[in-house]
Ligand binder design. Sequence first.
Ligand code: TPP
Ligand code: MG
Length: 804
Amino acid sequence: MAEVKPIPKNQNSPNFSKAAVLEDFRTALMSRHASLVGRKEVFMGKAKFGIFGDGKELAQLAMARAFQIGDFRSGYYRDQTFMMAIGELTVQEYFAQLYAHTNVNAEPASAGRLMNGHFATRSLNEDGSWKELTKMYNSAADISPTAAQMPKLLGLAYASKLFRGNKGLKNFSDLSINGNEVAWGTIGNASTSEGLFFETINAAGVMQVPMVISVWDDAYGISVPQEYHTTKGSISEAIAGFERTESQKGFEIIKVKGWDYEGLMNAFFNAGKIARDEHVPVLIHVVEMTQPQGHSTSGSHERYKSTERLKWEKEWDCISKFREYILSSEIASPETLDKIEAEIKADVKKQKETAWAEFSKEIKAELQEAFSLIKKAAENSTRKVILTQMADELSRTLNPIRKDVISTVRKAILTLRFDSNESKIELKNWYKAQEEKNHDRYNSHLYSESKWGVLNIEEVKPRFDDKSILIDGREILQKYFDYTLENNPKFFAFGEDVGKIGDVNQAFAGLQAKYGELRVSDTSIREATIVGQGIGTALRGLRPVAEIQYLDYLLYGLQMLSDDLACLQYRTKGGQKAPLIIRTRGHRLEGVWHSGSPMGMILSSLRGMVVCVPRDMTQAAGMYATLLQADEPAIVIECLNGYRLKEKLPSNLGEYTVPMGRPDILREGNDITVVTYGSMCRIVMEAAAELGELGIEVEVIDVQTLLPFDVHGIIGESIKKTNRVIFADEDVPGGASAYMMQQVLENQEVFRYLDSEPMTIASKPHRPAYSSDGDYFSKPSVEDIVEKVYKVMNEANPKSFPTL
Ligand SMILES: Cc1ncc(C[n+]2csc(CCOP(=O)(O)OP(=O)(O)O)c2C)c(N)n1
Ligand SMILES: [Mg+2]
């Protein structure tokens, strides 16, 4: 990683010194040449795809000058110049990412997991602990969906507001210095059409957070010109109503040209100052930007830009204009600038070559080893000719990739199936060792690998005694949150109706009055940015609980959870974490949008998150306690119909934990195992009681968490005893019930213990109809379960259990 460039704090004006301007000129050229060379590398077949930051250099230099230590960026794939200017991206690292170099030291942003142009700094030490974020430049980890960098930007900015306003956070100087940090966002002009952009703008205007959003406006979104994107053809004009006035809070809006060095420096300097000092959001609309090489390596812009436009772009290229500016201000002579350019060009070439050499070195070594081992195995094999041919073909591969090596080795092992000798074993052992290395390269860090992973959190059992009273489920949660607000200054909660009334089911009742508006807060109705607010604040070391009012409305926020949060640790290979907890409620209540249980959807889209499905509020409180000790993102789905049911109050509320990935056996039985979770636990228990009267002893298991899933094989052990199993839930058929079945049958090797066909029970495939009758005819009922279990027993033993 390049050395951090010291930018003096408390400047009163932008730095127009000769040295600073020439340094900027060098960075601009370095970035531009990297773009030009990058495109060629793709066309030479050395990289798969390229998207570059050419045409956007000057504005990013200005942003870098205003960006201070401790600040955060959340931007998109054009920001290479900015990353280079703050010293967080070398040209060599830039090319390492283009080639997909899996070594984290060579490519610190994503260890080769993301295509080029996806930037990130590493907030975590190798053991997963936080670095001192206030002593470094920070960039949140980029993602590809356009505008999806916006929601977390809101959270990154909101964290400063919390650090400034919340007294309990004053001592965390490694995370913030009095909330002085600004969150800087960047977005393309066309991407401002996305709802995520507008939702973020509105929320930032309402909340008055220190955020500077820059729109890089090059008048195109791939081939589509501006007139199709934005009302009035200008985002700053379209959102003029958000602008602050003498009497009303809002945004500061600044418009500036992308080739105007002085204008840009002033604009970004002022924006930074306003955001930092006043905690007012700023939008900078940077117009007249260009794309010298078109959108990406996927096509050429000559296909859709007019000759006039192409001519204009050449003429108004920001680096040409910068050069003119330097010459007319007599900062340097043409000869000096030419000399700088020649030096930069040579340096870019050298760094590119080093990146390629480093990247290919590892693979070439692997290829050589594989080649020798296959050759050796061939010598002793009856299939010598074909194996020799394989090895020779491998050695002739031009620009080999790892897949070439590994797929040849696997084919060779298959070819050697009738052989048994030392050299075959050697080849197999080599392959096994590579498998481990490749797992680390391509598959690690989906979940936390630190000591704070959920599976490492110690279990503390809840304590009950004779004096334990029965109270409403929602009161258990309320007492738990009260305890946690008191004891954990980093913990705070927010969402629709969470503040003043303490959420629609009153689990936070009275807690805003007790702990203040920054600990328990209302938000407007905006699920995507509620999630973003959570991600951004968690990225800055806080412990948010973001509430989605009903599980059915999670869909608005699901994209952010899937695209950003769930894959964060994976896509940075453990470089960043955001241990956000989503709190929501679902399953049974009323009708199409208040009784959803789309668990299959959640399980498929949120790998990388912990998915908790507590059966009651005592379990829920224990799960929150576990999660707050861990460093993983999670979703907790409380039972919508459980808040008014009576539960026993544990005496160690706030301290007891519920282990993740460990099912609870709710009722023991020898005849059949029924696996379920959430609201269905009560229904299955009722059915089990009825079945008991029919002489069928059901073992009822609550999985408790769907991700992780039964890590100790408790369900498998039960099946070994009962030899029959049904997986029951209230998702659609083939949803989470099918997932549970797959997890148990494939991972716990119980198939041979089964005496009956394994079954699932689920809801009807449509959404549930309204009212109690709608629920009865849409969701699994006690009778449905009794009948299905009975049918399994009838098939097994029709004498004892005659056909109904
Ligand atoms: C949600 C989503 N839709 C579509 C795409 C494909 N895509 C990638 S870049 C792009 C155009 C973006 O244009 P703009 O925001 O103006 O940024 P520019 O590339 O011009 O800097 C599109 C449509 C995407 N990445 N994400
Ligand atoms: Mg554009």
